[in-house]
Design a protein around this ligand. Structure first.
Ligand code: SAH
Length: 335
């Protein structure tokens, strides 16, 4: 379907119809396979003050941490021995990890996994030069959500940082031939249906390899604590819309969606998502990476997270794939 057709279909269809169509499209391309990404939240140090985020720098209640290089590598290797081939290292946006350290970690991971793994970073904005160094050290993929496509809302929510700057980062990553991921939250205060549609159109125009979408969940220690917490419907519709617009891209069933609804991730996988991200951060740190409240998977270790996801998957009729799960969007290049 053409862009206009998809948007019309979205506007005129119920969530169930959208999900059915999106799942069909997803299975045509990826079959029943669900790719796994081991997520390591390696630091909650952050120099930014995004209004929505629980680890914003002016939340004094956060106990700040930073994993040592060894802890990061050990977590990766535990995941690797459990069969994972893709690792996502995520943190706040902070210069607490130097570029040299990040590059060294990436080189080590590539070496220890015999170049048989894919490495994703998600640590916010860097300069193009810095992204280039990271790429050269072995980082394959980068995740940086644009959060909302509305420039005024973006600047307000990100406490003064412009949408343009985030989009520049995304362009830089694409030019450097990263598998590039972005995405947005759904249900932010001030967001309209028109903004939600524009969010999806922006993903389409950026021809993203991966699109992460999650519901906004108000955190009690942020300025947005009194905002409305929407139900899962908006996020599921957004996932389906994105699958229809970008059939070949990787779309995770995010932890946030699993946190607002007990069966949120299963529902997302039936609505067009094809990726799951077991959280393999060492357990003792997990409770300190709360971007939003009531986050799931913070009590169990990485192996248990993988086991639990396997059980959940069975119910959906999908199957785990232990492949690296490169983006097919890159192959076809959405000409
Ligand atoms: N520091 C990195 C990683 C961000 S954390 C960066 O700036 O890109 C990962 C994502 O969590 C964010 O991009 C945001 O979309 C999401 N997030 C943050 N606060 C949230 C909240 N209160 N509810 C739901 N998702 C949230």
């Amino acid at each position: 379907m053409e862009l206009k057709e998809v948007i019309e279909f979205y506007k005129n269809s119920s969530q169930d119809i959208l999900a059915k169509k999106a799942n069909e499209v997803c299975e045509q391309i990826y079959g029943k396979k669900i790719f796994l990404r081991g997520l390591i939240e390696f630091s909650n140090l952050c120099d930014r003050d995004c209004l929505y985020c629980g680890i914003r720098k002016s939340n004094p209640k956060v106990i700040r941490y930073k994993l040592t290089e060894k802890e990061i590598i050990d977590a990766v290797m535990l995941g690797y021995s459990a069969g994972l081939k893709t690792f996502v290292l995520q943190s706040g946006e902070s210069k607490n990890y130097s570029l040299t350290e990040l590059c060294r970690i990436s080189e080590k991971i590539k070496k220890l996994t015999d170049n048989n793994s894919a490495l994703t970073l998600s640590c916010g904005i860097f300069t193009k030069k810095e992204y280039r160094s990271l790429k050269l050290s072995g980082v394959d993929r980068y995740l940086i959500r644009f959060e909302t496509s509305d420039p005024v809302l973006h600047k307000y929510l990100r406490n003064g940082i412009s949408l343009k700057r985030r989009l520049k980062a995304i362009e830089d990553l694409k030019e450097l031939e990263y598998e590039t991921g972005s995405g947005y939250m759904v249900g932010l205060p001030g967001e309209t249906e028109e903004i939600r549609i524009n969010n999806a159109i922006l993903c389409y125009k950026l021809k993203l390899d991966m699109i992460g979408i999650g519901p906004f969940i108000p955190h009690p220690e942020t300025p947005l604590k009194k905002s409305i917490k929407h139900n899962i419907g908006l996020a599921l519709k957004a996932i389906s819309l994105i699958r229809l617009l970008l059939p070949y891209s990787n779309i995770p069933a995010t932890t946030a969606i699993g946190s607002i609804d007990k069966e949120g991730r299963e529902k997302a996988l039936k609505s067009g998502a094809n990726v799951l991200m077991p959280n393999i951060t060492p357990v003792k740190y997990k409770k300190n990476y709360l971007l939003y409240p009531d986050k799931i998977c913070i009590e169990e270790n990485g192996a248990d997270c993988i086991r639990c996801l396997k059980i959940k998957l069975k119910k959906t009729g999908k199957v785990i794939s232990y492949e690296k799960g490169d983006s097919k969007a890159k192959e076809i290049n959405y000409a």
